[in-house]
Design a protein. Structure first.
Length: 271
């Protein structure tokens, strides 16, 4: 039986993601301006990114004022309720800037440090993914109603389709390219979508056999990691560790361990 608190958190996360997604989709100006820079000139923060976070955090503060918040664009509140929201208002900023469809709003709720709710909405794909811990992973899209998600049956590694992402710091990106170059001959192929949240949901939906990336932050991972796990995928970081900024891996059982082992052997977690 679902915890009533988790149901309430899911409802709020879905409403916030839906409203922020509509703001980003419908409010994107043709002359979208850059408000600031992140780690390098390539990685930009847009005015819409900041506006979406304000919308989400404002709604949460109105409905659950005692909760903590951690947001990509600077929102940080400790809270006293034991619940903390981890928010990426626009995952896939460069895709958004260029008018590409692979971007998403990612909202997770943690209870006592464990992620219990995750919602990822990809407005230009017309899809929303969600999970509650212990309740499976689900999605709505072009099909009727909610669809329960399940990761793909594991193929041999040389038949696995794996996605990754690249950091915006040139030195890190160069090393990541070297790791990908070594991996490509051992896989079916590699994809690069540009949104960690969407990639994790695509693992959950059986559209990818695996995904890995270095340099992610909690807001990139929190919702998508739960959704992937609830769909039957395995997730982790370096062997024996949880996903982190050093390395995040998600894959079907059977693909996860050999992929993780190769990434460790290739030094995917360092320059």
């Amino acid at each position: 039986m679902t915890d009533p608190l988790h149901t309430d958190l899911l409802d709020l996360a879905q409403e916030a993601a839906r409203r922020a997604g509509a703001l980003l989709r419908d409010g994107r100006p043709a002359d979208l301006a850059v408000a600031a820079t992140k780690s390098s000139p390539i990685d930009v923060v847009t005015e819409m990114d900041i506006a979406a976070e304000k919308l989400i955090t404002g709604l949460i503060a109105e409905r659950r004022p005692d909760d903590g918040i951690l947001g990509e664009e600077g929102a940080a509140t400790e809270g006293t309720s034991g619940v903390r929201w981890v928010i990426d208002p626009l995952d896939g900023t460069v895709n958004y800037l260029y008018g590409l469809p692979t971007w998403a709003v990612s909202i997770a709720a943690e209870q006592d440090g464990e992620t219990v709710v995750g919602v990822v909405t990809a407005p230009m794909r017309g899809e929303t993914f969600h999970a509650v811990r212990g309740g499976g992973a689900w999605a709505t899209g072009a099909w009727d109603g909610e669809r329960r998600l399940a990761c793909r049956p594991a193929p041999p590694l040389d038949q696995a389709l794996v996605s990754t992402g690249f950091n915006y710091v040139t030195g890190v990106r160069t090393h990541q390219a070297e790791v990908a170059q070594r991996l490509i001959p051992l896989l079916r192929d590699i994809r690069r979508g540009g949104s960690a949240a969407v990639d994790l949901c695509d693992v959950a939906a059986g559209r990818l056999d695996g995904y890995y990336e270095r340099g992610l932050h909690p807001w990139d991972l929190a919702a998508g990691d739960l959704i992937a796990r609830e769909a039957g995928a395995l997730t982790g970081g370096r062997p024996g560790e949880r996903p982190s900024g050093d390395l995040a891996v998600a894959a079907s059982p059977g693909v996860f361990e050999p992929l993780q082992r190769l990434l460790e052997d290739f030094g995917a977690w360092h320059d």
